[in-house]
Design a protein. Structure first.
Lengths: 350, 272
């Protein structure tokens, strides 16, 4: 592991207590709701926030160890930081912004400018070298910020919501660019976002941070298949239940029972994808093991599909085609039956 | 004016003048403008150049420049670090220090002069020591005039500069630190350039105030031609003997004030 960090810090209402490990060359995305402590964690790794307790080791070098009284100053850490709104120095040109880090670390002016120019070229902004930040578009500013952070060869690159400052129209394109540039940097990368699309598009591995603690880590596929918190479940659009399993039966914490396939025991999560939930106007016959009567109360349209929240003994979100929603006259309200096959219930230990 | 601002002001209600306010407002404008018109009206434009070239006027002009620029230099050297500490360091008694710093702005300048005399006069607490240790006497010297002007003018620099430092987004300094810049590099290459507009505004205000300083100077430094007799003092004295010289000197001071105002217009009247 090239970055190992344990950071405990109390800042206002935030109580951050997070542990994190990132391998060399890995791109980890730190995903979490606003106020979860993502930015604070990044700032602590960069030395901009002093943890109350903690230890940060990068490539075998101890940057922070509150127990041993070690705190390497931000300017001495081999860490590049891309800030949320980039924070390009407004009084310096793009080239001077990129050269700043080299100059501050003692590189002679001519060489600093040469290397900065090479980086601007690399991010496709050679013709904007003389531009002031205010003359750059959001995407261009982001690339200057990236070049500025990477020009002095950091061993750890931290990116705080690098796409949040952009409008929706340019975001997709900038995300593609960012992905390419990030791929060309072989150091350790840690990116913060609250946007699941961004997280899934960029991450080798996800770390979910909620309320100051890490609630889940794994590849994007693992995390979306087996969410471990309501936040993640909502992000990936999955029904998540928690309960106690005995064999194939899960007694849910909120009341009700869910029947799954297989054999499980103890505290578990049970996930059901909304498109695995079928809706009927009459009590269904046949084999489904899970049947609940309820009322479809809210409707959401996702593409050509309709999502209905069925309130009943086991509240669940169902996703049906627009045509089916029309036939079922879901908009009229009234009683519906929701059914889920046992094989569609994913059960995993809590 | 930016488009956004224009839209904002256009969307505001009103524009119709309340009659009740028009009369006092007109009187106020007249009250402020008539004296200036009087000054301009009485200016002997024909002989102005000759009047300005008299040794007495030139001497006062030279001395005013020396003293006011000296006061600005003292204020920058001491006031900028003070502004920095007030803005950035949460030390005990900070509000007290800020109040003390601001006091000369509201204190009658004559009182300032008396206080300076008691502190830095030959018998004063600090003056005695300066005299004994270094043989330095301040009252009735050019250095004393500089000191008096700095006492009155420095708060303007400190206040403006502190406000600029507080308004600055400190995350730029974080960004500089992540790029390997230590404190001094950050201060020199990021903080100072970003607060430069405030710093310059503070310097302009400080200089204008120092240039017009009268009460503290005459009380502490006296009114010695060529040594401590700056323009405002010369104006006051000339009023009795040589009205045209007084007018000429006043005109210079008025022109400088107007120039400072123009230089700071974007800062003070951003939505004209």
């Amino acid at each position: 592991m090239s970055l190992e960090a344990k950071v405990e810090v109390a800042l206002g209402r935030l109580r951050l207590d997070a542990e994190l490990a990132v391998a060399t060359g890995e791109l980890v995305v730190l995903l979490g709701p606003n106020g979860a402590g993502k930015t604070t964690l990044l700032r602590a790794l960069a030395g901009l926030v002093a943890p109350d307790h903690g230890r940060v080791v990068l490539d075998g070098v101890v940057l922070e160890d509150t127990g041993a009284g070690v705190h390497v100053a931000t300017e001495r850490r081999p860490v590049g930081f891309v800030f949320q709104d980039y924070l390009l120095f407004p009084h310096l040109s793009a080239l001077e912004n990129v050269a700043f880090g080299l100059r501050a670390r003692g590189t002679p002016r001519a060489e600093a400018r040469r290397r900065a120019a090479a980086w601007l070229e690399r991010v496709g902004l050679a013709e904007h070298a003389r531009s002031r930040p205010r003359a750059l578009s959001g995407g261009q500013a982001q690339r200057v910020a990236l070049a500025r952070a990477l020009v002095s060869d950091p061993r750890l690159l931290l990116l705080d919501e690098p796409l949040a400052a952009l409008d929706a129209a340019s975001r997709a394109e900038v995300r593609r660019d960012l992905r390419r540039h990030l791929a060309s940097f072989d150091g350790t990368r840690l990116l913060v976002t609250h946007d699941p699309l961004e997280a899934i598009a960029l991450a080798d591995r996800l770390v979910v941070l909620e309320g100051g603690t890490v609630t889940q880590t794994g590849t994007p596929a693992e995390v979306s298949a087996r969410p471990r918190s309501r936040y993640v479940a909502e992000l990936v659009g999955v029904n998540l239940f928690r309960g106690r399993a005995t064999g194939a039966v899960v007694e849910l914490d909120g009341g009700g029972v869910l029947v799954a396939a297989g054999d499980h025991h103890g505290e578990v999560f049970a996930a059901v994808h909304p498109h695995a939930v079928a809706l009927h106007r009459r009590a269904p016959e046949g084999t489904p093991r899970n049947v609940w009567a309820g009322t479809a109360d809210t409707l959401d349209i996702v593409g050509d599909r309709v999502r209905a929240r069925v309130a009943g003994p086991v509240p669940i979100v169902a996703e049906v085609t627009a045509a089916a929603a029309g036939e079922l006259r879901l908009a009229d309200g009234g009683p519906v039956w929701a059914t889920v096959k046992a094989t569609e219930v994913t059960v995993y230990p809590a | 004016m930016t488009d956004a601002r224009r839209r904002a002001s256009a969307s505001q209600r009103g524009g119709r003048a309340p009659v009740l306010f028009v009369v006092p407002a007109a009187v106020a404008v007249g009250f402020l403008a008539v004296p200036l018109a009087g000054l301009l009206g009485r200016t002997p434009w024909g002989s102005l150049a000759a009047e300005l070239a008299t040794p007495r006027v030139l001497e006062a002009l030279r001395l005013s420049l020396v003293c006011s620029l000296g006061a600005v230099a003292v204020s920058v050297a001491l006031g900028v670090p003070l502004a920095f500490l007030l803005a950035r360091v949460d030390f005990p008694g900070r509000n007290l220090v800020r109040a003390l710093t601001t006091l000369p702005m509201v204190l009658p300048p004559v009182v300032g002069g008396v206080a300076l005399l008691l502190a830095f006069g030959r018998r004063g607490v600090a003056g005695q020591w300066l005299d004994r240790a270094f043989g330095i006497t301040l009252p009735f010297t050019t250095a004393g005039a500089i000191l008096a002007e700095a006492f009155v003018a420095m708060p303007f620099l400190v206040i403006t500069c502190e406000a600029g430092l507080r308004a600055m987004d400190r995350r730029f300094e974080d960004a500089a630190a992540t790029l390997g810049a230590g404190r001094w590099t950050t201060l020199r290459r990021v903080t100072l350039p970003l607060v430069a507009p405030s710093l310059w505004a503070g310097i302009a205000l400080c200089w204008a105030r120092a240039l017009g300083e009268f009460g503290a100077t005459i009380t502490f430094a006296g009114n010695l031609p060529g040594v401590t007799q700056t323009m405002p003092l010369a104006v006051y004295l000339a009023l009795e003997t040589d009205l045209e010289a007084a007018i000429a000197l006043s005109l210079i001071l008025l022109a400088i004030s107007a120039a400072v105002l123009v230089a700071l217009r974007d800062r003070w009247f951003p939505t004209a």
